[in-house]
Write a protein that binds this ligand. Structure first.
Ligand code: SF4
Length: 388
């Protein structure tokens, strides 16, 4: 029996978020202090993460230290990719996002073949980065969705041809047909990670932020089931995430960790994202989770999911990065503007063409070299000779 058929025989293929009250009761029955030095979580990883997050007995520094010890066993310790927004057109209307279709102040842009290839060359030659994440909006019409999958499939293949060694893509939910169209450009062995952040696992909050007549992202279930379709098609790399601040933190921790555990059990390579809200054009976004709570949240997820890499981006500034870097397995510096990279020293993050504004607008090579200067190594990054 192959690994995949074994997986399909033994595990349910569809994820359903657990009942929060049940996990909450299981968490309250745990001795949080005893969870620090164990990789086994008999009550489930979600209950472990919640018990630690809630505990008034276990200080955050102890959770950080324990999670860091577990993360040190991973190889490579850190890897990197930079986001590449290939357009800011979108048919969805998510309230927290500058790219939403109703945002008439957004200057819409679209990268063609030459611009995408030039951006990839800049990342390789000028930034020294061999990991890239392609992004688009999410589209409504079936033809547009398929054409977008085809276009991003082409971009992924082109990135590998040019010398990238890992690729992420984040283009919204994916149907079987869309996965088949994108999948023709790659093989299951290649490290291509599907990123489909649920943003919030609470359906009411999801409807409030992602709803809207005809908005493709309003389909909660199509979004939630995308990873399982990707795994069913034979691919392995996935990146679930929750946008911290949209809904109650405890219930998001429980659902996200349970989702990661489900994907892990299916044999996936799982990265986990827990970004905080950032300011965006014509949005009233504010970070609702303070730094100390956010560090604790990241540490609890890292401890409960030691085989999964937490993704850290320059949504957070340098000072905060220093507090959590050793809990993370992926550092992703870059800009959420369309085709933002330059052969000069600057990168673009214009409010009227970006999904949001980052906290630290530095070139990827500058952020990554700052990290390697502390003695840490980062896979998929070689500091370029021309960087400064
Ligand atoms: S979050 Fe994504 S799907 Fe929603 S409006 Fe922004 S780009 Fe579109």
């Amino acid at each position: 029996m192959t690994e995949r058929s074994l997986d399909q025989a033994c595990a349910p293929t569809a994820f359903t978020a657990p009942d929060f009250a049940e996990v909450s009761a299981a968490a309250d029955a745990l001795d949080a202090g005893s969870l620090l030095d164990s990789r086994d979580h008999p009550a489930g990883r979600a209950a472990t993460a919640l018990a630690l997050y809630r505990s008034t007995e276990v200080p955050t520094e102890d959770i950080v230290a324990a999670a860091t010890r577990l993360a040190e066993r991973r190889s490579p310790r850190l890897h990197t990719f930079s986001p590449l927004y290939t357009t800011n057109h979108c048919d969805s209307d998510c309230k927290m996002c500058g790219m939403r279709r109703s945002n008439t102040g957004m200057v819409r842009r679209f990268s063609g073949k030459r611009e995408i290839e030039e951006q990839l060359r800049i990342l390789l030659e000028h930034e020294g980065v061999r990991g890239v994440g392609f992004l688009t909006g999410e589209y409504d019409e079936p033809y547009t969705r398929l054409a977008n999958a085809f276009r991003i499939g082409w971009a992924i293949e082109r990135a590998f041809q040019l010398g990238f060694d890992r690729v992420y893509y984040n283009i919204g939910s994916m149907t079987d047909e869309e996965i088949a169209v994108l999948g023709e450009w790659i093989t299951p062995e290649q490290p291509v990670t599907m990123c489909v952040f649920q943003e919030t696992y609470n359906r009411t909050t999801y409807d409030r932020f992602m709803g809207g007549a005809g908005a493709p992202k309003a389909d909660y279930d199509r979004r939630l089931s995308s990873f399982d379709r990707w795994l069913d098609a034979g691919f392995r790399h996935v990146n679930p995430g929750a946008l911290i601040g949209l809904h109650d933190v405890e219930s998001e921790i429980v659902a996200l960790v349970a989702h990661a555990e489900h994907l892990d059990r299916r044999g996936a390579v799982v990265d986990v994202s827990v970004p905080r809200l950032r300011p965006a054009l014509a949005s009233s976004n504010k970070t609702k989770v303070d730094d100390d709570s956010y560090v604790r949240l990241i540490a609890c997820v890292a401890l409960a999911c030691p085989d999964n890499r937490i993704v850290l981006t320059n949504r957070e500034d340098r000072a905060f990065r220093a507090r959590v870097l050793d809990l993370c397995g992926v550092i992703s510096p870059g800009s959420p503007d369309v085709a933002p990279y330059r052969r000069s020293d600057a990168i673009a993050n214009e409010e009227n063409s970006s999904q949001f504004l980052v906290a630290e607008l530095s070139r990827p090579s500058v952020i990554l070299a700052d990290i390697t200067s502390t003695g840490r190594s980062i896979a998929s990054f070689d500091e370029p000779v021309v960087a400064r």
